[in-house]
Design a protein around this ligand. Structure first.
Ligand code: S3P
Length: 185
């Protein structure tokens, strides 16, 4: 079987980019199963992402996340995969995702991401006492740190800042349809 045979639709981007909500709608419209790497990690660990960060630190979480990515892409049939925001930091994850699917980066300015995540968020990287400057500052710094990794991972970028969720879904589905046509041609 060809390495890219599965043709998954993979969504990457920072926290608040809309990967899970857009991914769910895309999966429904395309009639494909939906997989969220954070949910896979939580199911296997029997704990929440926040609990894993507390008990094992970020490194422990990243190890479980790597297993979840490997499991998600293994499906022989196409699936829609919403990746946790930091999955692209690992070169092995990037290679796996790119090899087995179309990787779409949902990008947005930090202010838009901050508005979508909000205060009281239980994401470990957006919680805690060391949030100097607030969520927007943290997201801006993560965006700087991760830009190259997202660029490397992505086949397609959708700038979501000024778009309604429905418009984002439309662009993602169009990109995926074009990709699938290209694969069949
Ligand atoms: C993380 C993003 C989260 C989750 C974890 C770490 C990150 O997923 O995987 O809290 O490093 O950006 P979402 O992007 O789905 O919120």
């Amino acid at each position: 079987m060809h390495a890219r045979a599965a043709g998954h639709l993979v969504l990457v981007g920072l926290m608040g980019a809309g990967k899970t909500s857009v991914g769910r709608i895309c999966a429904e419209r395309l009639g494909l199963p939906f997989v969220d790497t954070d949910a896979l990690v939580e199911r296997h660990a029997g704990r929440t992402v926040a609990q894993i960060f507390t008990a094992e630190g970020e490194a422990g979480f990243r190890a479980l996340e790597r297993q979840a990515v490997a499991e998600a892409v293994r499906s022989p049939e196409p699936v829609v995969i919403a990746c946790g925001g930091g999955t692209v930091l690992d070169p092995e994850n990037r290679a796996r995702l790119k090899d087995r699917g179309l990787v779409v980066w949902l990008d947005a300015p930090p202010a838009a991401l901050a508005a979508r995540t909000g205060e009281g968020d239980d994401r470990p990287l957006l919680a805690g006492p060391d949030l100097t400057g607030g969520i927007e500052t943290v997201l801006a710094s993560l965006a700087d740190d991760r830009r190259l990794a997202y660029e490397d991972a992505a086949d397609v970028v959708v700038e979501t800042g000024d778009l309604e969720a429905e418009q984002v879904v439309g662009r993602v589905i169009d990109a995926y349809a074009a990709h699938q046509r290209g694969r069949r041609a």
